[in-house]
Design a protein around this ligand. Structure first.
Ligand code: C5P
Length: 215
């Protein structure tokens, strides 16, 4: 099967030297890419800026902004069997990007922010999609309730929930997996590399099941 995986943060420019971003390391997405390759799948990895070695044998597409990631995902989604959107896409971007570096002054200042496009939501509502769609949710509270809402609103097949207080910038994670039919599965705390192997099996089985049903 072909996996399309997004990973890492996005950078939303303010001016030529400044940007808004977040603490995502990209480790979970890269671990899923490695695990999918090890299991014999093809991988298209669409990555924001990270400090990780790219996995061998993956097709790597490097992007910086949420708009670039949106474009790359839509260009390749239909050639994938499974889309795993693991990236921490910025929720907002500056309404205007200054062409010149903004000068420092003693005055208070503010930046007008506008929402970025939600890539997962756009794939979930893509007419006649054939790929399995997996989203991630990093929550700090009411993990299951918030993620169930996300699964419905973004119309995905699976949501993988992690506790944001454990997951960010670390090598370990603890997961709760919610499926479209209401089934849930918990995977207790383990290194991201081990969890990734388990996830790849779960995603491939789910896609296989839905393909068999359609036949
Ligand atoms: O709504 P929230 O950002 O918490 O949802 C997280 C999920 O949505 C992740 O799978 C993330 O990759 C995806 N997402 C996206 N585009 C955005 C924001 C989030 O694909 N603009």
């Amino acid at each position: 099967m072909t996996f399309l995986i997004t990973a890492g943060p996005t950078r939303e420019p303010i001016d030529p030297v400044r940007y808004i971003s977040n603490r995502s390391s990209g480790k979970m997405g890269y671990a899923i890419a490695e695990a999918a390759l090890d299991a014999g799948h093809d991988v298209i990895l669409i990555s924001g800026p990270v400090n990780l070695a790219p996995p061998h044998n993956a097709k790597i597409i490097s992007v910086s902004t949420s708009d670039e990631m949106f474009g790359a995902v839509h260009q390749h989604a239909d050639s994938a069997d499974i889309c795993v959107l693991c990236a921490a896409v910025a929720d907002y971007k500056p309404a205007r990007v200054s062409r010149l570096k903004i000068k420092k002054s003693a005055d208070e200042t503010s930046i007008e922010l506008i929402p970025t496009r939600d890539i997962l939501h756009s794939l979930g509502h893509k007419p006649a999609r054939k790929f399995l769609l997996v989203g991630f949710a990093a929550e700090t509270d009411h993990l299951e309730a918030n993620a169930t809402k996300k699964l419905r609103e973004k119309n995905c097949d699976i949501i993988v929930v992690n506790d944001a207080r454990i997951a960010m910038e670390t090598d370990e994670n603890e997961l709760l997996i919610l499926f479209r039919d209401g089934e849930t599965k918990k995977i207790s705390r383990a290194p991201k590399k081990i969890l990734a192997r388990e996830l790849v099996k779960i995603f491939a089985n789910s896609q296989q099941k839905s393909l068999t049903k359609k036949m």
